[in-house]
Design a protein around this ligand. Structure first.
Ligand SMILES: CN(C)c1ccc(C(=O)NN)cc1
Length: 350
């Protein structure tokens, strides 16, 4: 079995939506595939009308193959403070021809305001590890965990793009989607996430880093620079988070290269003049180097004046690890591999 479906960005690449078929006859909903969570939940016939604003709704009573999971409930909260909760059914779920008959479909009986106002998002399809699925009393498996053994290969891949549709594939690696070689790194899934350590990062052209300059002799008073060219970054690969949330030290180093940049309390992060030229941000996994173009890091205007723009790199303070969200992932072809025992993440240029 294999599957392939389009990942279409909403404005500013704030999120990517992918059509999913649920039930019999098929009910098509556009879901946010999220490698940072593990619940497949949908707007449904059970979602109060006051909390629905244009979203498609899954109606289990209209599906001949739906079965209620007796006594099961779910309740999830996300890093941005949004939340949802409800009941559970199983039904046929089909993603680009990859199909599982008994997939847990979590129907929303409550969604928070940010979901209600997100009018094109009909729900989430979790692709983190099933250990953090929120269904009680019996935890449910993610779509990938369910179909993994039927897939030609135990992988799914993300080819997200800037301002144009990309692709989520299941069960195979499409060699036409990347260049060079895929470099793999081990995943620590103990917290339920695709957590990895990037070998290094650099801001702009590497000569910006003092240590890479031929300093014949550096006065002893010179600060020995944090040699970012070999500083690792540990974080989670999260297709459901828009930005790249990185350590304060990295943010400081990055925005020190942008003369108009400031860390704004009112805007909630680093902002700069929209006409600023932003440096690239590069990270390495083994021998593969991924460069996020500066333009991708000019994320979006703060307001309708279009004077100040919000950065695509922001602080991961208070989270405890970095979050390599869409800003970081859309510059790469990413392989999420899990044979059930030793998960790995692969990165390639494209
Ligand atoms: C409000 N929406 C659409 C969200 C979607 C995804 C997430 C998230 O943290 N995923 N890892 C949060 C919020």
């Amino acid at each position: 079995d294999t599957g392939s479906a389009a990942a279409t960005p909403e404005q500013y690449d704030i999120q990517y939506l992918t059509p999913v078929s649920l039930g019999t006859p098929p009910q098509i909903l556009n879901l946010d595939f999220d490698s940072g969570s593990s619940d497949l939940w949908v707007f449904s016939s059970e979602t109060p009308a006051s909390q629905v604003k244009g979203q498609a709704q899954y109606n289990p009573s209209k599906s001949s193959t739906s079965k209620e999971v007796s006594g099961a409930t779910w309740d999830i909260s996300y890093g941005d403070g949004s939340s949802s909760s409800g009941n559970v059914y199983t039904d046929v779920v089909n993603v680009g021809n990859a199909t599982f008959a008994g997939q847990a479909v979590e129907t929303a009986q409550q969604v928070s305001s940010s979901f209600t106002s997100d009018t094109n998002n009909d729900g989430l399809l979790g692709l983190a590890f099933s250990t953090i699925n929120t269904v009680q009393p019996e935890q449910q498996k993610t779509f990938f965990d369910n179909i993994r053994d039927d897939l030609d290969s135990p992988v799914w891949t993300a080819d997200l793009k800037h301002n144009e549709p990309g692709t989520y594939n299941f069960g195979f690696i499409d060699d036409s989607l990347y260049t060079g070689k895929i470099a793999y790194t081990d995943v620590d899934s103990s917290d339920g996430f695709w957590m990895i350590t990037l070998d290094s990062y650099s801001v702009g052209s590497s000569t910006s880093n003092l240590s890479s300059r031929a300093f014949h002799h550096r006065p002893s008073t010179f600060p020995s620079p944090s040699d970012s060219a070999s500083t690792p970054l540990t974080g989670i690969a999260d297709t459901g988070t828009t930005l790249a949330l990185l350590p304060d030290s990295v943010c400081t180093e990055y925005y020190s290269q942008v003369s108009s940049a400031a860390n704004s309390q009112t805007a909630g992060g680093y902002v700069f003049d929209c006409d600023a030229t932003l440096p690239d941000f590069t990270y390495t996994v083994g021998s593969t180097t991924i460069t996020i173009p500066g333009e991708y890091i000019n994320y979006a205007p703060v307001d309708t004046t279009g004077e100040q723009c919000f950065g695509g790199i922001q602080s991961d303070a208070d989270i405890g690890f970095s979050i390599f969200g869409d800003i970081a992932l859309k510059a790469a072809f990413v392989v999420f591999e899990d044979d059930g025992s030793s998960p790995r993440l692969g990165f390639a240029q494209k």
